[in-house]
Design a binder for this molecule. Structure first.
Ligand SMILES: Cc1cc2nc3c(=O)[nH]c(=O)nc-3n(C[C@H](O)[C@H](O)[C@H](O)COP(=O)(O)O)c2cc1C
Length: 184
């Protein structure tokens, strides 16, 4: 039997009722049999200060270790002011430093995102892809999972109820697992 592909997921939102956390929970329900999906909470990752990059706090050490141990990364990003939220950028900056110790180096990745707007995080996702170039990650091109009007697709309990979106996430997970196997 072949080994399972381990995926580490995180959402770029600290909000308790985050729609992007809902996407990750839905992904956990649909993860393929030959894969696992662990979700990491970005809460308490401190603002990056390059003066301190050689003495990272425990939370950053833990984040970097989990990224390194994972076969693939799944990011659920909100869109803030046409880009990714500072919380997500800050987490990525922390995990990419000090220079030469970038935990994301060579990692296959998939992106999804939910917003209340009509473009479903498209602009944020392309900014994230730009950062992935310097991080030397391998983001999946397709499918693109951009979830507009999230408030109509996620219920009061934070459950993703929209079947088309659920199907897209399932497709994304399947493609990510194949991609990670190809790159392994
Ligand atoms: C500071 C800020 C900026 C925002 N900018 C955008 C934006 O550019 N595009 C958009 O579609 N939604 C924008 N929104 C609305 C988000 O789509 C909405 O807050 C969403 O719920 C955030 O994701 P979350 O539910 O995972 O926290 C913004 C929200 C905040 C708080």
């Amino acid at each position: 039997m072949s080994e399972k592909i381990s995926i580490l997921g995180f959402a770029g939102s600290l909000r308790k009722g985050s729609y992007n956390k809902s996407l990750l929970r839905a992904a956990q329900e649909m993860v393929p049999e030959n894969a696992t999906l662990e979700v990491f909470d970005l809460e308490r990752i401190p603002p990056f200060n390059q003066d301190l990059e050689n003495q990272p706090p425990e939370k950053v050490k833990e984040f970097k270790a989990k990224i390194r141990a994972a076969d693939a990364i799944l990011i659920a990003t909100p869109e803030y002011n046409y880009s990714i939220p500072g919380v997500l950028k800050n987490a990525i900056d922390n995990a990419s430093r000090p220079y030469g110790d970038n935990a994301f180096d060579g990692k296959p990745a998939a992106i999804m995102g939910a917003s209340i707007g009509m473009l479903g995080t498209a602009r944020a996702q392309y900014h994230l892809r730009q950062s992935m170039v310097f991080l030397n990650m391998y983001p999946l091109n397709q499918p693109e999972v951009m979830v507009p009007f999230a408030q109509e697709k996620i219920d009061q309990n934070g459950r993703l109820t929209d079947q088309k979106t659920r199907d897209k996430i399932k497709e994304l997970l399947g493609a990510l697992v194949l991609w990670a196997k190809k790159l392994k």
